[in-house]
Design a binder for this molecule. Structure first.
Ligand SMILES: C[S@@+](CC[C@H](N)C(=O)[O-])C[C@H]1O[C@@H](n2cnc3c(N)ncnc32)[C@H](O)[C@@H]1O
Ligand SMILES: [Zn+2]
Length: 376
């Protein structure tokens, strides 16, 4: 497992304010200020959940910044547990709970695996160093031991190099998936992560449905609804499949199992999976997030608005975005404006959207030959 050095190894005098929370970080307690946008967007995502009373466990709490913000900023979190196996971190959580005058909140010095075996919660936040894979089993065992009919799980993965195909053996080992190092590798990364979660969920007879997926900087993160029952588990597993990709002409197709060995251009296709082929977002959930955003005290309001609007426009379009930059390079032409491409494709009746995954990325239902014609 990769270990990131604490971003503030010396601690911060006086602490910081993030969202509605005041947070102090003593020496040796991990805190990454670059994850503020991530904490903003997933706090918003929690606010958009329909339940009125949820108990939440931040299983990798560090300073407690994430869990404390989730509770302070959302009325639907009625109880908070902050868990970290490091003593300085658990102490910092305790102090930060007091600093923010949080009720029904407690800090625990514990491994999340042992903690969850005794104390279940409705919502589990899994934000470890590197991959969340080893922690999915204790998370679903905990839902199962509590006979939870429905629950929520949010998991972050910072091993994006593994998920994006830079180390395929590690991806086989950790996620039991073959990755793909290509222009839509960040979407593949999320789909592989969800596939691993769906397969672990099925071991405990749970099904999953993604409410919000996000790729930014060095991490990918998902928030999923978890539902008990064989039918939910089977339906999730039946949503897994493979993408087949041609590195020469950039053609791609997806299906439960790969159907072709060779692309129409004669190149051997590369296959990646088993990955989640279903939706990455629930439309109503994203719309609720957009509704809630203006009332939030977030520094990066404009950026969050832009991200959510892009997600809203991409969520109903086909998976596996294209990259205009990669296509232009293949066609040996200069950079092309996305607006012009959108207009050309719209004239022929094709859908088009940008994607939050990549500034030069886009989604369309147009076949690759039509996209290339529109670019030339
Ligand atoms: C990436 S940091 C969490 C960051 C935090 N969620 C935030 O947003 O600031 C991971 C934390 O998990 C703790 N940790 C690692 N393995 C653990 C385990 N098995 N159980 C509980 N805590 C663990 C580490 O001590 C570290 O503080
Ligand atoms: Zn091809």
């Amino acid at each position: 497992m990769k270990f990131c050095a604490p971003i503030f190894p010396m601690g911060t005098k006086g602490g910081i304010k993030e969202g509605l929370a005041k947070i102090q970080m003593p020496a040796g307690v991990f805190f990454n200020p670059h994850m503020q946008l991530c904490r903003d967007i997933f706090s918003l995502s929690i606010g958009a959940l329909p339940e009125k009373k949820l108990s939440l466990c931040d299983c990798f709490a560090a300073s407690g910044a994430r869990g404390i913000r989730y509770k302070l900023e959302n009325k639907n979190i009625s109880k908070l547990s902050l868990v970290d196996w490091s003593l300085p971190a658990a102490d910092a959580c305790k102090k930060n709970i007091a600093l923010n005058k949080l009720k029904n909140s407690r800090a625990y010095k514990s491994r999340m695996e042992t903690f969850l075996a005794k104390r279940p919660s409705d919502f589990l936040e899994i934000d470890p160093f590197g991959t969340p894979a080893p922690y999915l089993h204790p998370a679903f065992a905990s839902f199962s031991n509590a006979y939870s009919k429905s629950a929520y799980l949010s998991a972050t993965a910072t091993d994006t190099a593994v998920l994006c195909g830079a180390h395929s053996d590690a991806c086989y080992k950790i996620y039991q998936c073959s990755p793909l190092n290509c222009e839509f590798c960040h979407e593949n990364a999320i789909r592989i992560l969800i596939s691993k979660i769906a397969r672990t969920a099925a071991d405990f007879e749970y099904g999953i449905s993604p409410l919000f997926s996000f790729s930014h900087r060095h991490y990918v993160k998902v928030l999923l609804r978890v539902q008990k029952g064989a039918a939910f588990a089977v339906s999730s597993i039946k949503t897994l499949g493979y993408v087949s990709y041609c590195p020469k002409c950039l053609y791609r197709e997806w299906a439960k199992f790969p159907t072709k060995k060779t692309c129409a251009c004669g190149t051997i296709l590369l296959h990646s999976g088993p990955m989640w082929l279903g939706p990455l977002w629930e439309k109503g959930h994203v719309q609720k997030m957009l509704q809630l955003l203006p009332a939030r005290p977030y520094l990066q309001q404009a950026q969050l608005q832009k991200i959510l609007c892009t997600v809203e426009s991409e969520l109903s379009l086909p998976p596996f975005y294209y990259d205009a930059h990669a296509l232009c390079k293949k066609l040996k032409i200069g950079a092309h404006s996305l607006e012009a491409l959108q207009n050309s494709l719209a004239q022929k009746g094709f859908c088009f959207s940008r994607t939050h995954f990549l500034p030069t990325g886009f989604r369309t239902d147009a076949p690759i030959e039509e996209i290339k014609k529109a670019l030339l």
